[in-house]
Design a protein. Structure first.
Length: 342
């Protein structure tokens, strides 16, 4: 599988680390032999090699500050932009650039270009799915290509796969839970006495926060994930305007302490139905199922007709955790390609 990777930040690097460290296992147990032919960044260089790039060389170069540090090899192209790289050819485009929740751009155009060039799409970038899910699905179907986006909601914790595949045949009427790792981490740390600013700085250092963390603390990241769930689970066409959103920016240490003294805990709870949804800081009793979900862990409950409530708890953010989400989609596409060749 020849892959181009657009965006080489926390998630892209996590994916490449996994591909490097698990190469033998993935080949042996999954019959998965990826070849990363292109990597594109906005400001830290871009590389393309038709025979594949060296994963360790990529990680060493980016850790030194730029892909310009990657060693010269015959046939290596440098400095191409995303569209040039996509047009150069691959089987799958992975988009792991920063999420734009209003326009989905520029990633949305990269998705369209990838489909026009016969490539499957794997998104860690939430923007295109939150803004244009239905258009993407219709273009992917027309092109006969797969569109996968497990990493967009709860990192690699299989929230999308659970809802769309494992629960196929059930009707899901509502999804609700904790869908943002950064804010849940901040709330947990504040309860342990850390200031809001210090906790946010730690969340950024740990690779949980968005490039612009206002999307996390003001609730828009959780709202976008709820919209993605609504699109994937209910085929709903919601936008941010359909969501009643408040973040945790105004919560003070006093608010957190007061809740604690009353045997309660603040959680940023997202919920969505086919008609709309909300993201709101909510005080829950310690006996509430979401009260024990702490740090960057997230949880989602699907309310179903045949099974009642199904709750999934797991990583909500993080380098390897989100990198794994992308890997899980690549494996699914690889499996499909292998089967179609039989
Ligand atoms: N900033 C996001 C979060 C990353 O904190 O949940 C995972 O989507």
């Amino acid at each position: 599988m020849r892959i181009v990777l657009i965006g080489f930040g926390t998630v892209g690097q996590g994916l490449v680390e996994i591909l490097r460290d698990k190469a033998a296992d993935l080949k042996l147990s999954e019959n998965f032999v990826p070849q990363l032919v292109g990597v594109v960044t906005r400001s830290r260089g871009s590389l393309y090699h038709p025979n594949g790039l060296d994963l360790n060389g990529l990680l060493t170069a980016i850790k030194a500050g730029s892909l310009d540090q990657y060693p010269d090899t015959p046939g290596l192209e440098r400095g191409w932009n995303a569209l040039q790289t996509i047009q150069a050819g691959a089987d799958v485009m992975v988009e792991a650039g920063p999420s734009n929740f209003e326009t989905g751009q520029p990633a949305l155009d990269y998705c369209y270009a990838a489909l026009e060039n016969g490539q499957h799409i794997v998104l860690a970038n939430k923007g295109p799915v939150a803004v244009a899910y239905h258009e993407l699905v219709s273009r992917a179907k027309a092109a006969g290509k797969k569109l996968r986006f497990e990493a967009t909601v709860m990192a690699g914790t299989p929230s999308i796969r659970l809802g769309t595949q494992a629960l196929a045949g059930c009707k899901i009427t509502q999804a609700r839970g904790i869908l943002n790792g950064t804010t849940n981490y901040i709330l947990t740390q504040m309860e342990d006495g850390m200031t809001y600013a210090d906790a946010l700085a730690r969340a950024q250092a740990l690779g949980y926060a968005e490039a612009d963390p206002t999307a996390d603390v003001d609730g828009w990241d959780a709202a976008a994930k709820a919209i993605i769930l609504a699109a994937a689970l209910f085929r709903a066409r919601l936008t941010l305007k359909d969501m009643n959103v408040r973040g945790i920016r105004d919560l003070t240490t006093d608010d957190v302490t007061a809740a604690k003294a009353a045997g309660e805990r603040w959680k940023l709870i997202a919920q969505v139905t086919p008609a709309g949804g909300s993201v709101q800081p909510t005080r829950v009793p310690l006996s509430h199922p979401l009260a024990g979900v702490s740090g960057a862990t997230n949880a989602v409950t699907y309310i179903t007709d045949l099974l009642g409530d199904i709750t999934l708890v797991g990583a909500g953010a993080g380098r390897l955790q989100t990198g794994f989400g992308v890997l899980s989609d690549l494996l699914e596409i690889n499996e499909g390609e292998l089967i179609s060749r039989i």
